[in-house]
Design a protein around this ligand. Structure first.
Ligand SMILES: C[S@@+](CC[C@H](N)C(=O)[O-])C[C@H]1O[C@@H](n2cnc3c(N)ncnc32)[C@H](O)[C@@H]1O
Length: 293
């Protein structure tokens, strides 16, 4: 059905439902009913690119076309939020640094190895922030330290690998940190220094992909901040189960400040630090009354 003010097709309630369900089952992001207009507006350009006459045709393309996987990524890209910046949620980072890192240092003293994961890393600021925190902690200088950043969006991963940032990404970065960890590029941007970049690697990963997650190494801590806020309970539960499985026993999960595991029945222990609340995979299987799945 055409709008009276332009020739762009309107999204019917049924088309909305089909597209919403398709996106949800792929990546866990639930577009609410009252966001139909937003979905319509964000997907119009995709219809134009493909020459699809309406949203039903677009849905058919997403389901059956040989190129459907590429297009689904483009659709998800247009519906996701990638907002992030360096040193986001400083009180949590302080708690991580002052309270969790000493525990991890002691626990891994024999292997001298540390693995951190920024799950839903967007353009890389969170992963680089973690690498910078570790660099600052001279105690890990001769350790085998790796930070992984993964995201469902290849566009933001390309930005993460480029490692060049402007003022918005640096709004919570002090002059001192800027000086120590970044180099000017000459066009109002800075670049993360090579010694920090060398600690971080990026990869494409859908957090709902259970089989793909088996390829992720076991982690000492996972930061999954401000990712599941767009998911419903069922998708959150699934992601939490997958993340739990990727943590070593006793490994930590750090969520964003507006998120918690209430009512999710996830098999994590709540840990009260002086400066924050974090979650931990129990040391012993079955400690919380359920075996690891
Ligand atoms: C708002 S950003 C958060 C970035 C960073 N964690 C932070 O807190 O600053 C959310 C990111 O999650 C990613 N994302 C959304 N659904 C995902 C999924 N199913 N698998 C992996 N990444 C996903 C988005 O592409 C986006 O880059």
């Amino acid at each position: 059905m055409a709008r009276f003010d332009d020739s762009r097709p309107e999204m019917s309630a049924e088309e909305f439902r089909l597209l919403r369900d398709h996106v949800y089952s792929h990546c866990g992001i639930l577009v609410h009913e009252d966001m139909k207009f937003v979905m319509e507006r964000r997907l119009w350009p995709r219809l134009e690119v493909l020459g699809a006459p309406d949203f039903s045709a677009y849905h058919r393309y997403l389901r059956y076309d040989a190129n459907r996987h590429v297009e689904l990524e483009a659709a998800v890209e247009s519906l996701t939020t990638h907002e992030t910046y360096f040193f986001r949620e400083p009180s949590q980072l302080k708690a991580f640094r002052e309270e969790l890192l000493p525990i991890l240092e002691k626990r891994n003293a024999r292997t001298r190895r540390l693995r951190l994961w920024s799950a839903g890393c967007s353009s890389g600021e969170e992963a680089y922030t973690l690498a910078m925190l570790l660099k600052d902690e001279r105690r890990f200088d001769d350790w085998d330290v790796e930070v992984y950043g993964t995201d469902i969006s290849r566009r933001v991963l390309a930005m993460a690998r480029r490692a060049e940032y402007g003022p918005s990404a640096l709004r919570a970065t002090s002059a001192d940190l800027l000086e120590r960890f970044f180099l000017p590029t000459g066009h109002a941007k800075v670049r993360v220094r090579d010694e920090v970049r060398a600690m971080v690697s990026f990869g494409h990963h859908n957090l709902l992909d259970e089989a793909g997650s088996q390829l992720v190494a076991k982690m000492d801590a996972v930061f999954c901040r401000n990712v599941m806020i767009y998911f419903d309970q069922a998708a959150r539960r699934k992601v939490l189960r997958i993340l739990r499985d990727r943590l070593v026993p006793g490994g930590y999960l750090l969520l964003g400040h507006s998120e918690n595991l209430l009512n999710l029945g996830a098999d994590f222990e709540l840990v009260h630090l002086r400066g924050d609340l974090v979650y931990r995979r129990p040391e012993l299987p079955g400690l919380l009354g359920s075996e690891p799945r």
